[in-house]
Design a protein around this ligand. Structure first.
Ligand SMILES: *[C@@H]1O[C@H](CO)[C@@H](O)[C@H](O)[C@H]1NC(C)=O
Ligand SMILES: *[C@@H]1O[C@H](CO)[C@@H](O)[C@H](O)[C@H]1NC(C)=O
Ligand SMILES: *[C@@H]1O[C@H](CO)[C@@H](O)[C@H](O)[C@H]1NC(C)=O
Ligand SMILES: *[C@@H]1O[C@H](CO)[C@@H](O)[C@H](O)[C@H]1NC(C)=O
Ligand SMILES: *[C@@H]1O[C@H](CO)[C@@H](O)[C@H](O)[C@H]1NC(C)=O
Length: 504
């Protein structure tokens, strides 16, 4: 038994290699570890040099010398992280494309909400399971260095009456899928200490201080293997829309793997964003190396042009500032595609739709009078944002959509207008989202719940809900003004929406 589990458990060393680069390259190492900051030297020509050994190459050679990939690899944790004391160990299971977090039963944060991002040849996210596992007793008694295989873990819900199960750890599993095998930088951050329930009164719920939210140590890299996508069925929407790829496609070959740390706005940086710690945390160039490629050709320029050819349509994108942003980018995309017959209507500031509840009969009639053939509805930003000094709570949001979605469907359909709802964007951790208590609630967990509700209500009434999170969510921290994606993300979102709304 124990022999079959003779795992080569390896402590991952931290390669943070640097090579002279002509691009604007920054390494971002947040204040989780002051000592690590000493390893970073800012060069005013726009490069941040890092001197850490051993190099990635040495590490790769070491990996290659192994006969087989290790079953599990221990990953270093950041001792300054808010939940560091809560976590016993962090493991990567390369062959299963899984990350396991062994939480202590006794902990401060009962159910930390995590965001994991891999960056290398492409960007990908870690999908966390919602329930924990326990470790079977016989495994626990083994040496510390030996580790439980993922397949031996037992769902925590099944262990209540089983005395053989050692319940000293709660194991959380996260899954990822990379589009190409290779070395990836891994960052896991904890954004909330507890789960956010549907009936939660979360107005006072603070995010984990972003200065202390990173669980992984600086420069943790993993070797990730490509796994085939899950079998897809007809109308399957589980397949990812596409990936943000590193522009030179092979950072690994070149040994300039640039860690993509989560961007945020530390407190006090609104008034002086030029302070060193402000610009380090909020610099935007970290995203420059990635460009989005759709998984299917349907959304590429040639095919979009073909799909739009001969169409005469006027598209109304309804909402507030995020709708205006999308409208601008869609207009640019259409111009670039030389579309003659398809236009996006101007958004009239005085009559924009801010709260979801604003989509009442008068507003819908007002939109109908614009003579659009397609209406794209966006909601959620004002509801979860600062304007009311409180967020629209989840049941209330659902009650509102329960009224407005069927009403829109009925009225727009009667006017021969196709209507679609687009998913709500996350906002990065700007100062008012990251303050405690928050003054704005558009953080990923809240928006995830809004999107769950939107999808549920849209499905219920038959309004298409277009989920653009594969495009926007993985780069959620990119919005330059901490809210709006006035960058290439919105171009990609516009293309995807065009493809979805013009494909039968
Ligand atoms: C669980 O395992 C730990 C470490 O091996 C041990 O100290 C503890 O007594 C075990 N608890 C139970 C209930 O078996
Ligand atoms: C990385 O690749 C570029 C282009 O191929 C090359 O010019 C550069 O020297 C390479 N860097 C290293 C460290 O090999
Ligand atoms: C549109 O805006 C104008 C100017 O503010 C206002 O008078 C009008 O009532 C608005 N219409 C709707 C349907 O909101
Ligand atoms: C909508 O169409 C009607 C009838 O064709 C026309 O009278 C009206 O001016 C149009 N409105 C707009 C905003 O284009
Ligand atoms: C929304 O409508 C559905 C279906 O009618 C209902 O089951 C659900 O309870 C409603 N939700 C709220 C929050 O009112």
């Amino acid at each position: 038994m124990a022999g079959s589990r003779g795992l080569r458990n390896q402590r991952l060393i931290r390669p943070l290699s640097h090579s002279p680069s002509s691009w604007h390259v920054f390494f971002f190492t947040f204040a989780c570890s002051v000592s690590s900051l000493l390893l970073l030297f800012w060069d005013y020509h726009g490069q941040l040099h890092s001197f850490l050994s051993p190099s990635l190459k040495m590490w790769k050679d070491k990996m290659l010398r192994n006969d087989a990939a290790p079953v599990s690899v221990e990953l270093d944790m950041n001792s300054n992280c808010k939940i560091y004391q809560d976590v016993h160990r962090l493991l990567h299971y390369p062959e299963e494309s899984k990350i396991a977090i062994y939480f202590n039963k006794e902990r401060n944060c009962a159910q930390p909400q995590l965001i994991g991002r891999l960056s290398g040849r492409a960007l990908t996210t870690i999908t966390w399971e919602t329930s924990y596992y326990n470790i079977p007793d016989d495994d626990e008694e083994e040496e510390e260095a030996e580790e439980t295989e993922v397949s031996n873990l037992v769902p925590a819900t099944e262990t209540h009456h089983d005395n053989n199960i050692n319940e000293t750890k709660d194991v959380l599993l996260g899954h990822y899928r990379v589009p190409q095998s290779g070395t990836y930088f891994l960052e896991i951050i904890a954004i909330m200490c507890e789960d956010l329930q549907y009936d939660a009164e979360f107005t006072g719920t603070c995010l984990v201080d972003p200065n202390q939210h990173r669980l992984t140590q600086d420069g943790v890299f993993i070797n990730a293997m490509m796994t085939p996508p899950p079998p897809s069925t007809q109308h399957d929407t589980s397949n990812i829309i596409g990936y943000w790829w590193h522009h030179d496609g092979g950072v690994e070959l070149n040994e300039t793997l640039i860690p993509l740390y989560t961007r945020y706005q530390p407190q006090g940086c609104r008034s002086d964003s030029t302070l060193y710690h402000c610009s380090l945390a909020s610099d935007l160039t970290r995203f420059d190396n990635y460009q989005f490629k759709f998984s299917t050709a349907q959304y590429d320029d040639d095919q979009l042009s073909t799909i739009l050819e001969g169409k005469i349509d006027k598209i109304c994108i309804e909402g507030a500032s995020h709708a205006r942003m999308l409208r601008g980018h869609m207009a640019a995309v259409l111009a670039n595609l030389n579309s003659r017959g398809v236009h996006v209507a101007e958004l009239d500031f005085a009559n924009e739709t801010r709260f979801a509840s604003d989509f009442d009969e008068a507003k819908i009639n007002f939109i109908i009078a614009k003579n659009c053939s397609k209406v794209i509805v966006t909601t959620g930003q004002w509801d979860a944002g600062w304007p009311n000094d409180r967020p629209t709570l989840f049941p209330e949001y659902e009650q509102i959509l329960n009224k407005t979605i069927p009403l829109m469907l009925k009225m727009f359909t009667a006017a021969n207008i196709q209507v679609y709802h687009v998913s709500t964007h996350y906002n990065p951790i700007g100062d008012i989202i990251g303050s405690c208590p928050p003054k704005d609630w558009r953080s990923p967990r809240v928006i995830d719940m809004y999107n769950t509700i939107e999808k549920r209500v849209c499905d219920e009434y038959g309004m298409p809900w277009i989920d653009t999170n594969d495009i926007m969510g993985i780069m959620w921290d990119r919005a330059a003004d901490w809210c709006h994606y006035d960058d290439v993300s919105s171009d990609m979102e516009a293309k995807y929406i065009l493809g979805r709304t013009f494909t039968p």
